[in-house]
Design a protein around this ligand. Sequence first.
Ligand SMILES: [Zn+2]
Length: 199
Amino acid sequence: MAFRFLAVPSHRLVEHPQSLPVDERLEPDLPPVHEAVERALSGAEFRDMRAKDRLRALLQGDKPPKLGAPEAGFGASAVFAQPPQDLPALLRLADELEGLARREAGERALVWKCGDCGARYAVPVALVRQVSIRCERCGTPVELNATRSLGEESLIDPFQGAVNDSRRELAAFFREAMARGWPVLVAEDRRVTPPPPQA
Ligand SMILES: [Zn+2]
C-alpha cells in the first residue's frame, strides 16, 4: 500500500470530497521509491502498535477515512497523530526512526584502484591495514595505504540509503508538525493503480 503523509492546521481540515489546502501544509520530502518509504517505517512503533499496522488500520480498516484528499489520485485522509495527545508518541516514533537510520547507516570504506587494470578494492575503514595485496584480476600488487586511497565511501546500497533518508525526513517532519501543533494526516496513494472508469 502506497501512502502519503502531510500536515495542515486543524482549522483548515475539510471533509472528503473537498481537497485539503495547498497553501498551508507541511510534507516530508521523501524519495520517489515507495518501497523505501514503506521499509523506513518497518520496525517502528506508534502507541504500542507497529506504525505500518496503524497506517493500514486507518486507511483500509472498518471505518473509512473521512478527511479531504491531498490531491487528485489520492484517497481520503485520516488523522495519524493529533497534538497534543499524540505528541509524546510521535516524538518517540521520530527518535525510533532516527535510531534505526543510525544503526543501519552502513560501514565506511576506503577505496583503491589497481594501477594496471583499474579493478576497485573497498575495505571497511576499521579493517584497513597497510598491506600490499595482489590484484585479483591481473596480479599487480596494490598498495592499501590509507594516504593513497581514492577516498572514503559508504558500503551501503542505494535502496538502504533511500530507506535511511526517508527515516530522517519523516522524523524531521513529525517533529515540525508537532512543534506547530498541526495534526499529521495520511492518505492512500492510488496513482499506482488505474483509476476506476468514469461514470
Ligand atoms: Zn589489476
